[in-house]
Design a protein around this ligand. Structure first.
Ligand code: BGC
Length: 479
């Protein structure tokens, strides 16, 4: 599937939603949520006291990640990215970009021309076997896609500069050196952890011998998202992903980033990749984790790891709702106490169902009804629909509030009065209330002197890769 799109950075449409501090509101005129379910879901409500505890702990985690003395034991790694300059909108050139971060892999050709950006791309889906097979095969697959696409687009002989968006925790030793610290999001390819993924890519390309590349940057999707947003908005200082996985990055003073060992440390800024998905891996979030979190974690391929991510991101959100629905069915409060085979099948309730169900207008049940039918729950009643929607809202709202508390810490940490946050990811983009829930909650948590905006920064992993490469070239040319 090739796509051509002009750059587009905009805010999601404002929507009228009710936001309350406690549990989601029930629309008048529909059956009330079953009281036993409301009571049991109280544990999913993060009031502002709990969010304060979260914020204090998170800030402490960031400080520990940034300092040499505490870094090794810190779970929030705060990795310096070596991206020191933001785009100024004058970047030009033609670039290749590779985007690996989930079950879809993309190859892109990006042309930057001042304020315009033209992108051509092709998406390849990565099979389960490749995601969990030998590392060399993963890189051979990437090299094959790249070669095929370069030939298709007539750029195979051009040696274009290439930006490699690799959205897993990479310990960076330079703009073109990234050593994989661990896999996340269902990947577990052997032989990659501890190795430089740029070298692995180059080796795979050499094995083929039919394309030439010039890797100018390896980056995280959060960095790409920040750069992509900064290209349009000078106030951008934070990048955030709420998709299959979740993570954030922000612009920090080099003086505070003790692991950043460039000779000139101290003079400017550098983007820090927080790897906030790992927050809580040392027990720091135990005060607000619940049984569904523990179950999701226990059944994952990386138990005990990425606990913050598992409370928030799209890879786990649907399953969390399913676990809650399974519980309340077995307790006799939903689906006639009977349920269905699908309802009791792990991962059968997809995260997109959460967005679809919450997108039903108040008092209407089109999506929820369809989803129940597809899940073998054709006998579901209006009461079941209301209850299921409530479970979706409790879990998505908790995720939005956790992200908001994290962003509040980052906005304060950036320390500027006006901060724009570039955001991408399927949960943020597709969920009907996520943006508004975040706006409301951050306004509640942050001091009024901070002015912030949350901007959808689509396609940061592609355009951002080109921008990192382009900015590096511009700065190098300036000497
Ligand atoms: C990875 C991050 C990435 C995030 C969003 C997490 O699982 O560790 O590097 O930025 O997912 O894609």
């Amino acid at each position: 599937m090739a796509s051509k799109c002009k750059s587009k950075i905009c805010n999601p449409p404002e929507q009228e939603i009710k936001v309350t501090q406690g549990t989601p509101e029930v629309t008048q005129g529909t059956p009330e949520v079953t009281p036993e379910i409301v009571a049991a879901c109280q544990e999913l409500v993060l009031d502002n006291d709990k969010l304060q505890t979260y914020m204090t702990t998170f800030l402490d985690n960031i400080e520990r990640g940034l300092k040499k003395e505490t870094h090794d034991d810190a779970v929030v790694k705060c990795i310096p990215t070596y991206v020191q300059d933001l785009p100024n909108g004058t970047e030009t050139g033609k670039f290749l970009a590779l985007d690996l971060g989930g079950s879809n892999f993309r190859v892109l050709i990006i042309t930057l021309d001042g304020k315009e950006c033209d992108m051509q791309s092709k998406v390849y889906s990565i099979s389960h076997e490749v995601m969990q097979g030998p590392g060399e095969e993963l890189f051979d697959f990437i090299a094959t896609c790249l070669a095929e696409y370069a030939v298709e687009q007539g750029v195979a002989d051009a040696t274009l500069p290439l930006g490699f968006t690799f959205s897993f925790p990479l310990i960076q030793k330079g703009l073109t050196v990234g050593v994989l610290e661990r896999w996340t999001k269902g990947f577990s390819c052997e032989g990659v952890i501890g190795n430089d993924v740029v070298q692995m890519l180059k080796a795979a390309i050499d094995r083929r011998g039919d394309v030439k590349i010039d890797v100018c940057a390896v980056l995280n999707d959060t960095t790409g998202t920040l750069m992509s947003c900064a290209w349009k908005n000078n106030d951008t200082r934070i990048g955030l992903i709420v998709g299959t996985g979740t993570n954030g990055c922000y612009v920090e003073k080099q003086a505070n980033v003790e692991l950043f060992d460039e000779p000139d440390r101290g003079s400017g800024n550098v983007i820090v990749n927080l790897e906030w998905g790992a927050f809580g891996d040392d027990g720091g979030l135990d005060f607000c984790r619940v049984q569904y979190d523990r179950d999701v974690d226990a059944r994952s391929i990386n138990p005990g790891k990425q606990l913050h991510e598992k409370m928030i991101s799209g890879m786990y959100m649907g399953e969390m709702v399913r676990l809650a629905a399974e519980r309340f069915t077995k307790e006799g409060y939903m689906f006639g106490g009977k349920g269905s085979e699908q309802l009791f099948t792990p991962d059968a309730f997809e995260t997109r169902f959460v967005s679809d169900i919450e997108a039903d207008a108040p008092g209407t049940y089109n999506n929820v009804k369809q989803i129940c039918n597809d899940l073998g729950l054709a006998d579901a009643t209006e009461q079941d629909y209301v209850n299921l929607r409530y479970l979706c809202a409790c879990i998505s709202r908790r995720a939005a509030h956790l992200v908001s508390a994290g962003l509040t810490v980052l906005i304060r940490k950036v320390g500027e009065k006006k901060v724009a946050v570039g955001i991408d990811g399927t949960v943020y983009k597709n969920h009907p209330n996520f943006h508004n829930l975040m706006m409301e909650k951050i306004k509640e948590l942050i001091e009024p002197e901070y002015e912030f905006s949350l901007m959808l920064s689509e396609d940061g992993s592609g355009r951002g890769a080109a921008l990192v490469a382009a900015v590096a070239a511009r700065v190098a040319a300036q000497g």
